[in-house]
Write a protein that binds this ligand. Structure first.
Ligand SMILES: Cc1cc2nc3c(=O)[nH]c(=O)nc-3n(C[C@H](O)[C@H](O)[C@H](O)COP(=O)(O)OP(=O)(O)OC[C@H]3O[C@@H](n4cnc5c(N)ncnc54)[C@H](O)[C@@H]3O)c2cc1C
Length: 381
């Protein structure tokens, strides 16, 4: 077991921290107020290869292992104050990882270069108005036709949907079988006839990430739109969740570390009753818990990432990492507001935005309740 970053990883993390501070942070508060997704910043991230890291070099990627990708996104989460933009980037990477794992060589050659270069934006569409946690209870259908599939249905809350050029869509292709064997995954282009995207939904936090509805109305796609085999969609999605529940928590852990650092600084500087507030045990213990959770979160994160690098099943480890890190982040963000007193509540300071952003983390990619259900099942309950 090796728990240290390599010199290359240390150098990459430093480059990313400098990049995020200089290029991504200016104007983050204003973009949040305006719910603005910045294509210009997306392009800058793409130019920094942030969308290419884990993909094979032959398809325009950088060929880094997953631990390195996670280490870079961990650094990005620490330095970048635009959590919505980070979520948009990770949504793209998760789509790409599914293509790498399940698509044919022809599909990889056709799709990955534009994805890795950020030229086209991707979204992954599973959730429907009537099915979120119970994802496989979806109703969107994919009916086999002579030339391919006819898609009908609607998806909602999909990250990147309003700006996406391509969608990885999950639909029922065999209603007799339903989940495993009955759901398939398709790649749908924005200009496909019968496909439309709604406008961005207004949100509590992550306001620079766009989320929205996708509607498929007699949308005909060719047979070549199928990713993986027919009926393999649920398996594909289950596998994708393991990568997602590692990559997104990498950003969340970085955010948590930044909140800790800024809270420690505030606790040392702010004075009350003739001493710094950090000298009150009630404040110090909050910071001690934040530190403990960040340390334990890092162990959970990198052990899950190492398992995925070895292409092992890691449902338990990835769910544990996602649950622990997202709940710890939410608590840290809440504590950061509390220890700033009334200033924590004012939009002029960052603690308020960090709290709003953190709340989504225990909802997307499986709610905390669903992670606990999975962990219980995998523990033999
Ligand atoms: C910021 C953001 C980004 C998102 N991005 C995407 C995306 O890119 N693609 C996509 O497909 N979806 C996306 N989603 C949707 C997300 O995956 C769903 O919101 C989530 O899975 C929960 O589904 P739901 O909202 O329908 O809640 P429900 O499933 O209706 O759950 C409501 C409540 O009931 C609880 N509950 C449900 N079932 C159980 C159970 N068996 N045991 C215990 N409690 C239970 C839940 O935990 C929750 O508290 C996103 C959501 C957000 C907020």
């Amino acid at each position: 077991m090796n728990f240290t970053f390599t010199p290359d990883q240390v150098a990459m993390r430093k480059t990313i921290v400098d990049f995020a501070r200089q290029e991504l942070n200016p104007g983050a508060a204003e973009r949040d107020r305006q719910s603005l997704f910045s294509r210009q910043l997306w392009d800058k991230c793409a130019a920094m290869h942030l969308l290419a890291l884990p993909f094979p070099e032959q398809y325009g990627g950088d060929g880094f292992d997953f631990v390195t990708t996670v280490a870079v996104y961990h650094a990005l989460g620490y330095a970048c104050k635009d959590a919505g933009l980070l979520h948009a980037l990770t949504a793209q990477l998760i789509c790409g990882l599914q293509i790498v794992l399940f698509a044919s060589d022809e599909q990889k050659a056709a799709l990955l270069p534009d994805l890795a270069a950020g030229r086209l934006i991707y979204a992954q569409a599973m959730t429907e108005p009537g099915s979120g946690s119970d994802a496989f209870a979806m109703h969107t259908s994919a009916q086999k036709t002579e030339s391919g599939y006819l898609l009908n249905g609607a998806k909602t809350m999909i990250s990147n949907a309003p700006v996406a050029d391509r969608v990885l869509l999950f639909a029922v292709s065999d209603s007799e079988k339903k989940a495993f064997g009955g759901i398939s995954c398709f790649i749908v282009a924005r200009d496909a006839a019968g496909f439309s995207a709604g406008k961005a939904m207004d949100k509590l936090g992550l306001r620079t990430l766009t989320n929205g509805e996708l509607v498929f109305s007699d949308c005909q796609v060719p047979a070549s739109a199928l990713i993986g085999r027919a009926g393999q969609g649920a398996m594909l999605f289950t596998e994708a969740m393991e990568w997602e529940r590692t990559l997104i928590p990498a950003c969340l852990l970085g955010e948590q570390e930044r909140i800790l650092e800024e809270s420690v600084r505030y606790a040392r500087e702010r004075r009350a009753f003739g001493q710094s507030i950090g000298e009150f045990q009630a404040v110090a213990h909050k910071l001690a818990r934040m530190k403990m959770n960040a340390e334990l979160g890092a162990l959970a994160l990198y052990s899950a990432a190492a398992l995925k690098d070895q292409h092992k099943r890691a449902a338990l480890e990835t769910s544990t990492a996602k649950l622990f890190i997202s709940e710890s982040l939410k608590q840290a963000a809440l504590d950061a507001v509390q220890l700033r007193g009334g200033y924590g509540y004012m939009t002029e300071y960052e603690a308020e935005r960090e709290l709003r952003d953190s709340i989504a983390s225990t909802l997307y990619s499986g709610t905390s309740e669903m992670q606990l259900n999975l962990i219980a099942r995998l523990t033999g309950v």
